[in-house]
Design a protein around this ligand. Structure first.
Ligand code: HEC
Length: 190
C-alpha cells in the first residue's frame, strides 16, 4: 500500500513538472491595458479610488435617472430588487437594521466598489466615477451613515465610519459539540 502511494505521488509530481515545461499554444499574455481594465477592486484604504467627487443631492437625482428606482423602488424599500434603506430606526442595533450593503458593509469603499462593478444591473460599468461617488453618498445618507451635506471623494470616502465598526469580524461564541451556527438549517440538533 505504501509503495503504491509512493508511486502515485511520483507520477503526480512528474505530471506537474511536465505541465510546467509544456506550452499548449493557447491564450496570450494580457496587455497592460487589459489588466488595468480588470483591476478595479477598491480596498478598505481606498488607495485605488479614482479622482472625482459626489454629493447626496446629485445621488438622489441619479438614483432616479439611472434606473435604480425602477428596480429598488422610489423610496429604496418598495422595489422588486433588495431594499437599500433600513426600515429600523437609526439608533437600533446595527445587526437589527437589516443586511443592507450601504449600512452593514465594513468599509464605505466596499459600497463604492459594488455599485461601480455591479450596478445598474445589466448596464454594469456604465457609471462615471462622479456618479458612483454621488450614488454612494445618497445610499449612505438614507441609512443615516453620513450627513446630507457631506461630499465624498477619494480622501473622504475611506474615512466614513460605518456603523458596524470593528464588529463585522466578531467570532461567534462556540463550545465543543455545539452546532456551529444556531438554527443553521443543515445542522441537526444533538
Ligand atoms: C435591473 C434591476 C436593477 C437596477 C436597474 C439596479 N439594481 Fe441594484 N440590485 C439589483 C439586484 C437584483 C440586486 C441583488 C443582486 C445580488 O444580490 O446578487 C441589486 C443589488 C444592489 C445593491 C446591494 C444590495 C445589498 O444590500 O446587498 C446595491 C447597493 C445596489 N443594487 C445599488 C444600485 C444602484 C445605485 C443602482 C442604480 C445605479 C441599481 N442598484 C440599479 C437590481 C437592480
Amino acid at each position: 500500500m505504501a509503495s503504491l502511494r509512493a508511486l502515485v505521488l511520483a507520477l503526480l509530481m512528474g505530471a506537474t513538472a511536465l505541465a510546467q515545461q509544456t506550452t499548449f499554444g493557447v491564450g496570450r499574455t494580457p496587455t497592460a491595458e487589459e489588466i488595468r481594465a480588470w483591476d478595479i477592486s477598491i480596498g478598505p484604504t481606498g488607495e485605488e479610488l479614482p479622482q472625482g467627487k459626489g454629493t447626496v443631492r446629485e445621488g438622489a437625482q441619479l438614483y432616479r435617472s439611472k434606473g435604480c428606482a425602477g428596480c429598488h423602488g422610489a423610496s429604496a424599500v418598495d422595489g422588486r430588487a433588495p431594499i437599500l434603506k433600513s426600515k429600523a430606526p437609526p439608533n437600533a442595533d446595527v445587526w437589527a437594521r437589516g443586511r443592507i450593503l450601504p449600512l452593514r458593509a465594513p468599509h464605505a469603499t466596499t459600497v463604492w466598489d459594488y455599485i461601480n462593478r455591479a450596478m445598474p444591473l445589466n448596464r454594469e460599468g456604465t457609471l462615471h466615477p462622479d456618479e458612483v461617488y454621488s450614488l454612494t453618498a445618497y445610499l449612505l445618507f438614507i441609512n443615516d451613515v453620513i450627513k446630507e451635506d457631506e461630499v465624498l471623494d477619494a480622501t473622504t470616502l475611506p474615512r466614513v465610519k460605518m456603523p458596524i465598526g470593528e464588529d463585522y469580524a466578531r467570532l461567534p461564541e462556540w463550545k465543543p459539540k455545539s452546532p456551529r451556527l444556531k438554527g443553521y438549517p443543515q445542522q441537526q440538533q444533538q
